[in-house]
Design a protein around this ligand. Structure first.
Ligand code: COA
Length: 288
């Protein structure tokens, strides 16, 4: 199978890797690998604590232009760790339990969904339950055709909480969302692409190369504008049309003001004066 860490050109970020997550850098991509393959990368409290620290660090690390989230071995993630996250915290007092839950959701959607750089989920295998949260929080998702997905909570008598239902509602239509929430039926990568859960499904041997090509494409775009564009999209769903127009107008002004490379000026000059590119067909030249 395609390994997330198969390239010899990668530099391991020893200072960021932990016992539960492996971080490597390669040509602008930060590969963040959930790394408990023997437990199908189930997200335990240690991994959740580690991911909060890692995302905070990567957001301001110049080696990370695009973040790719994937899993070691044959799983993306089998969801929340049923033993360490559910059973072993059952006796905690409510505040301590709430803290454990917050450590999970803080990275799984708050930090990941609004991460200041593009994020791609590379879905290499099993993806269940709580795994849908980081999956949907990533801006884009490329899956192996034969990866297996499932909203499995119903199969052991709980509802998809921890904001999993919210994530599913954000990307699936009601018929598909309720079908999988209520049946728990597993489905493959092709089906995930068909219903819009992932951006695209590709043969397993094309998975890594497809993700790298997508990351490289994103790296040619203006990074500040990418950030503002994705965050704006993720917020406007909660707004009415009036508020959305006001917000997008303000966000556009903020984008221009905070952009160190003055992208819009460059783009207009290259199109209108230099006639060196066509915005409808590709991006402006960032370095001149
Ligand atoms: N939480 C805790 N441990 C998990 C886990 C999870 N979500 N998913 C897998 N594991 C553990 C298993 O308990 C097993 O541990 P052990 O070796 O100590 O017995 C190990 O990972 C391997 O799992 P196993 O079931 O033997 O692997 P498999 O390849 O045959 O099956 C799955 C893989 C993902 C289909 C299966 O493990 C599974 O159904 N996991 C639960 C998925 C789920 O419903 N997650 C929702 C959580 S919200």
């Amino acid at each position: 199978m395609t390994s997330a860490t198969s390239s010899g050109a990668e530099a391991e970020a020893g200072e960021l890797s932990t016992s539960t997550v492996k971080v490597t850098f390669e040509d602008g991509i930060a590969w963040v690998v959930l790394n408990r393959p023997e437990k199908r990368n189930a997200m335990n409290p240690a991994m959740n604590r580690d991911m909060n620290v890692i995302l905070d660090a990567l957001e301001i690390d110049d080696r990370c232009k695009v973040l790719v989230l994937t899993g070691a071995g044959d799983a993306f993630t089998a969801g929340m760790d049923l033993r360490e996250f559910f059973r072993e915290t059952a006796g905690f007092d409510p505040i301590k339990r709430r803290r454990t839950m917050a450590q999970a959701t803080n990275w799984q959607w708050r930090k990941l969904r609004y991460f200041a750089k593009p994020t791609i989920a590379m879905v290499n295998g099993w993806t269940f339950g709580g795994g849908f949260l980081p999956l949907v929080a990533c801006d884009l998702a490329i899956a192996a055709d034969d990866a297996t997905f499932g909203v499995s909570e119903i199969n052991w008598g709980i509802i998809p909480a921890g904001n999993v239902t919210k994530a599913i509602e954000a990307v699936l239509n009601e018929r598909q969302a309720l079908r999988y929430i209520m049946t728990g039926d597993p489905f493959d990568g092709k089906k995930a692409a068909e219903i819009g859960l992932v951006t695209e499904a590709v043969p397993r041997d094309q998975l890594r190369v497809t993700v790298v090509a997508l990351a490289q494409k994103l790296m040619k775009k203006n990074p500040i504008t990418l950030w503002n564009a994705k965050v704006a999209f993720k917020h406007i769903g909660e707004m009415d049309w009036e508020l959305s127009e006001e917000y997008l107008t303000a966000k556009a002004i903020a984008n221009t003001a905070m952009d160190p490379e003055r992208g819009s000026e460059r783009g207009l000059k290259q199109f209108l004066d230099d006639k060196s590119y066509k915005p409808g067909l590709g991006e402006y030249q960032r370095e001149e």
